[in-house]
Design a protein around this ligand. Sequence first.
Ligand code: ARG
Length: 459
Amino acid sequence: MKLWSGMLTGDLDKLAEEFNDSIKIDKRLVFVDIKASIGHVKMLGAKNIISYEESSLIIKGLENIYKKLKEKSLVVDESYEDIHTYVEAKLIEEIGPVAKKMHTARSRNDQVTTDFRLYIREECENIKNDLIYLIKSLLDLAQKNTDTIMPGYTHLQAAQPVSFAHHLCAYQMMILRDLSRIQDYKKRLNQLPLGACALAGTTYDIDRNMVKDELGFDSIMENSIDAVSDRDYVIELSSIISIIAIHLSRLAEELIIWSSQPYSFIRISDKYSTGSSIMPQKKNPDMAELIRAKSARLIGNTNQAFIMMKALALSYSKDMQEDKESLFDSIDTIKMCLKIMAGQIESLEVNKENMFKACKKGYLNATDVADYLVNKGVNFRDAHHISARLVKYASLKALSLDELDLEIYKNESDLFEEDIYKKIELKTCVNKRKSLGGPNKTEVLRQINIVKEKIKEYI
Ligand code: ARG
């Protein structure tokens, strides 16, 4: 029998019933649903809305069901409409008709959003831990590569030399922002909707603050209509996850580029590669490619949440049942992506020599040739033209800038002296960029230390 069958005569159409049921999706809320009910029923007993004995009996029954589900001697039966219906039905089986008092001063509207917030609260901790794990793997790799010179790119064209550690620090900063977004989000998430009931509160003398403390919420939602209507927390977490996914997709793309033959900067471990069914020589970066692609689905999930809520009249509408499937998917997927990315980073082999060679080929010290002249009084615009002519000449001869004779330099400007070669050594080019945030080794070590200090705030 349906919880709501009072007014209706006849059964729901079979297909409509299947369409309406959400238990296949919301069954994962079972443990938080039981926890939330225990908090609610404790309050009902304390406020004498039901007797103390009835409240104790219901709580015991709920604890038994919780235990059986944990031990797997009981599994959620998917023939029920949703998880709330299932738990109530099990409780009636467990302790008899007194179980029917559990739903006093409550509606599924405030119940479902309370459960969802509790569930998300736990998952935020898991996502946070996965982010920390990834940052640590990037930190380790960066620390091993503070002297590894690599081309820095703009437009995917070799631009200026940086260190691999400097580049990896950029990703650490992105993930630090992700961590702070999750942290900040929790303030808005951890507000209690329960007690709003269907939308208009209740005639019973409930104590919402007691339930808040029982369930570890920071505050109560102050307006009952808002409490049951709000799904900002779904859209917000989905958006945060999409941003994380974008960060991962950029790193994945770089791993794919760096591991391709023309680059050969890195080697992705066999643990994260696959072969080809036809080409024996192939080693494909499938995991990185999947991470790159998963971001599309996660952004799609965020769009779905936005569009579902757009223009929806207050308060609860069944539309909002559709809030869970996509967010569950986003949570599961991002946790998997984060773990797999961390594994790839941990097991990455770096080909320092190839990174260095690519810097030589890419004329990455051309800016430094111009800077040399600027330091001798030439204006930057003219210095830029002179350096460009030298690059053009060198590329015609298939030489790097440091392979050109001094005479060639002098043909362009007699300000060039023998020290030009020292000044445009790639290592010098990296280390003289000492400006805050730049690639100079001491500066990168400072950035690494900042990351180390900041992650302590989240552990
Ligand atoms: N399964 C529903 C959901 O996820 C529970 C709330 C049902 N409320 C209602 N008024 N039908 O949204």
